[in-house]
Design a protein around this ligand. Structure first.
Ligand code: ADP
Ligand code: MG
Length: 623
């Protein structure tokens, strides 16, 4: 490229413009994390150079990799330099002007919400660089890419555009210079800078220097013996490496020695990370080979169902001289993955048994993710089931399947569950009535993933898992203790005419009409027939466009409900076949059952008309 190129001006991508507007306009309480973000970028740049030098010796850094801070209190400037990988013209355009990440829209929405922890969100989403504009009126980035001769100066006031021009830099690396806002001049003060580095960047692996002094420990924390590491040090490392602010819910630091040595330092967050339910299901645990950073988002290091974990895995027994891609298909890595996964599951099991209340917090955040393992990891399915917890109509709190089995009633031969979208609504479902009356516990499954693991786990401890919205509910065999001489309610015969009349009227819209054993209070409910797809799964598939029409369902009538018995009498009359009110009632019963399920009436205008007719009749006769 020739020396004659002038300064070029570029507009920020719209999303960046919006982001900068939000960032620059607000005063956040923890805006000092901009420094953590820039130091973290400098450290990433050093990691990248070290990795690149593995395959291209000419890139090997001539000096030790380090991060250098300089400030000028009077001029209100602060700069962060590294001798890492650097950026060329194309890199600058690509990375410091756009957000090329999926989920940007959702991220921007989240950011606009009140009381959001914006600095935290920014780092987590991976746009930490822009946090520089929380404290700066202008940001300069002087950079030169390793292995290239040209240097560039990127510059912006964060107001819609940035410039790039040719520049001079002796060695490869990057210097980010912040021209601080008036109200941010504290960040050009010695004590403040030291304190921030101590708080946020103590345990990054490269030295952070101020003058001749190194401010941080600058060693890989995970290489130290666990007994020498304090809780605070773990927390600091967790926060830095995952751009988080919360305390880790659990820290797991393990060294495995033997044929395959590896160390893992893993954290379970207290709060849900922002991208937990992204379609990409990215892992955020970093892979190191003998302290050289290799990659972050590899599924070959940990299974996707453990993607809530943060931290690192380091092994000296993996080969450094192969590409990332080859390393990822290395059987040794597969072995490490399997060992680490098992270790994590056993640690979680310990927490689940010893501290069930604390475990419930974990479960509410990450249970839905962990349950994906029931579908995906056949080999470890039994171990995962053990640490799964479920909401239930039984005891307060969450139940494990073994808890459930231990509480089963005499004569109960299945583990009952109901699946739907919302646990609170499920708890109100009419399908539960008979079970509640008998004191039979029902699991309330409200995560989407539930329908999928239920396809794989059809029994536990020899007991089948059975949906209470599908097939017959035969509760007669179940003894409840207090009502040994329960009267046998065989009202079926009484309903025969009503059932015939309703079937006749509803035709194909229902698969069948039957007396119900699961209802005690509500007059009607809908269920899937034995062998058909369960109601919730059908709903789920329809919503995702994987199913066009559902199967007709079975309408169940409560033989003890006053309305049903009255209708049954009416259906026995001679004139029943011309009884328009009875016909309207048939449709209304179906619609009522649908509405309780959260669905619409079959035909809303007909529904309104019928309801009108019936009400009119009721009011006229009661006068
Ligand atoms: P993230 O670090 O999560 O990718 P950032 O917004 O912090 O997001 O940084 C965006 C990108 O800018 C980085 O991925 C990197 O490519 C580039 N970058 C930022 N700072 C540096 C630096 N000091 N050296 C080299 N590249 C950098
Ligand atoms: Mg970053």
């Amino acid at each position: 490229m020739s020396e004659t190129i002038d300064k070029e001006t570029f507009s920020f991508q719209t999303e960046v413009g919006q982001l900068l507007e939000i960032v620059a306009g607000s005063l956040y309480s923890n805006r000092e994390v901009f420094l953590r973000e820039l130091v973290s970028n400098a450290s990433d740049a050093c990691d990248k150079l070290r990795y690149a030098a593995l395959t291209d010796a000419s890139l090997a850094p001539s000096q030790d990799l380090a991060i250098t801070l300089e400030f000028d209190t009077r001029a209100k400037t602060l700069s962060i330099s590294d001798n890492g990988i650097g950026m060329n013209h194309a890199d600058l355009l690509e990375t410091l002007g756009t957000i090329a990440k999926s989920g940007t829209g959702a991220f921007m929405e989240a950011l606009k919400a009140d009381e959001v922890d914006a600095p935290g969100l920014i780092g987590q989403f991976g746009v930490g660089f822009y946090s520089a504009f929380m404290v700066s009126t202008k940001v300069d980035v002087l950079t030169r890419k390793a292995g290239e001769d040209e240097a560039w100066l990127w510059s912006s006031d964060g107001k819609g555009s940035f410039t790039i021009e040719p520049a001079q830099r002796e060695t490869s690396g990057t210097t980010v210079t912040l021209h601080l806002k008036k109200d941010a001049k504290e960040f050009a003060e010695d004590a403040r800078i030291r304190h921030i580095i101590k708080t946020y960047s103590e345990h990054i692996s490269f030295p952070v220097k101020l003058g001749d002094e190194t401010l941080n420990a600058a060693e890989a924390l995970w290489t130290r013996p666990t007994k020498d590491i304090t809780k605070e040090q773990y927390t600091e490392f967790y926060r830095h490496s995952s751009h988080a602010f919360d305390e880790p819910w659990h820290v797991m630091h393990n060294k495995v020695e033997g044929t395959l040595n590896h160390t893992s330092l893993l954290f379970v967050p207290t709060a849900q990370p922002f991208d937990l339910f992204d379609a990409e299901r990215k892992s955020h645990v970093k892979l190191f080979v003998n302290r050289v950073f290799i990659s972050e988002t590899t599924k070959d290091l940990l299974p996707a169902y453990l993607r809530f974990l943060r931290g690192i895995v380091d092994s000296q027994d993996l080969s450094l001289n192969v590409s990332r891609e080859m390393l990822q298909s290395d059987p040794k890595l597969a072995k490490i993955k399997s060992q680490v996964t098992k270790k994590v599951l056993s640690e979680l099991k310990k927490k689940a048994t010893k501290e069930p209340e604390d475990y419930a917090k974990f479960w509410n955040n990450f249970g839905a993710v962990l349950k994906e393992g029931l579908v995906e990891d056949a080999a470890l399915r039994d171990r995962i089931v053990e640490i799964c917890r479920f909401a239930s109509t039984g005891e307060v709190g969450l139940a494990s399947l073994s808890d459930y089995v231990s509480r089963m009633k005499e004569g109960q031969d299945a583990i009952f569950y109901i699946a739907g979208e919302d646990a609170a609504k499920l708890a109100q479902s009419p399908h539960l009535e008979g079970f509640k009356a008998k004191g039979v516990e029902v699991l309330l499954l409200s995560d989407n993933v539930d329908e999928f693991w239920l396809q794989h786990i059809t029994e536990f401890d020899g007991k089948p898992l059975k949906s209470i919205t599908r097939g017959a509910a035969d509760l007669d065999e179940i003894k409840t203790g207090e009502d040994a001489n329960e009267e046998d309610k065989s009202d079926d015969a009484d309903l025969a005419d009503l059932i015939a009349a309703i079937k006749e009227e509803l035709g194909e819209t229902v698969k069948d009409v039957r007396p119900s054993k699961r209802l005690t209070d509500s007059p009607v409910c809908l269920i899937a027939d034995e062998g058909d797809m369960d109601v919730n799964l059908e709903r789920l598939l329809k919503r995702h466009g994987q199913l066009e029409h559902g199967m007709p369902r079975v309408l169940e009538l409560n033989p003890t409900h006053a309305m049903i018995t009255t209708l049954a009498e009416r259906a026995q009359a001679e004139s029943a076949s011309d009884d328009t009110l009875l016909k309207d009632a048939a449709h209304l019963l179906l619609d009522q059952a649908r509405i309780v399920e959260g669905e619409n009436p079959t035909d809303p205008s007909e529904f309104a008309r019928r309801l009108g007719t019936v009400m009119e009749r009721a009011f006229t006769t009661s006068q």
